[in-house]
Design a binder for this molecule. Structure first.
Ligand SMILES: Cc1cc2nc3c(=O)[nH]c(=O)nc-3n(C[C@H](O)[C@H](O)[C@H](O)COP(=O)(O)O)c2cc1C
Length: 165
């Protein structure tokens, strides 16, 4: 299948639905070796004035070795018919099994990185920033922050509703 290049601004994309519910694949590597994993944590937005995507990869993931090693990686998105494959990519490690072959996926090499022919949308990403989330900062006051987060969301929804009333 031929892919058509589009600008990030042209994406018709709801990140809550597309990443959180339909999931994505994080893939990195070259023809010499690559790996992929399913992810449902992440985002798409703007950082330092540039279109940016965010992914959260636990240290034990084999895919992290490839993402760390390479300058680029892909986030790719699939139709519902590939849910089974995404489940496989999210439960089996490429360290233990050739899960890509098992799923029958075909690698699509582009811009020095890789995604899959089966994808509907591929975001080709160049790394801008990577860091470890410290346990301390992520767990302290979690409940408090969740509370604030919910209140902000409620306000946004109310404001939007007011526009329609
Ligand atoms: C629905 C779903 C979402 C997932 N999201 C993430 C994620 O955002 N970050 C992460 O580190 N692991 C996530 N995982 C787990 C990895 O996909 C899983 O551990 C995978 O087997 C890692 O493969 P690898 O060792 O070949 O890299 C998710 C798994 C599933 C099923």
């Amino acid at each position: 299948m031929a892919f058509r290049e589009i600008k990030p601004e042209e994406l018709n994309f709801n990140p809550f639905q597309r990443i959180g519910k339909q999931w994505m694949l994080i893939t990195a590597g070259t023809e010499e070796g690559y790996n992929t994993m399913t992810a449902s944590w992440g985002g798409a937005g703007v950082m330092w004035g540039k279109p940016a995507a965010t992914a959260y990869i636990r240290p034990q993931r084999y895919t992290k070795e490839f993402v760390d090693r390479e300058e680029t990686f892909t986030l790719s998105f699939y139709g519902e018919e590939y849910r089974k494959a995404l489940n496989l990519f999210g439960t089996v490690s490429g360290k233990d099994r050739d899960k890509i072959k098992e799923a029958g996926f075909t690698p699509y090499f582009t811009d020095g990185t890789v995604a899959f022919e089966e994808a509907e949308v591929i975001l080709v990403c160049r790394k801008m920033y990577a860091d470890e989330i410290s346990r301390k900062s992520s767990l302290i006051n979690r409940q408090k922050r969740n509370g604030i987060h919910r209140r902000i969301i409620t306000r946004c929804i109310l404001q939007r509703l007011k526009k329609f009333w």
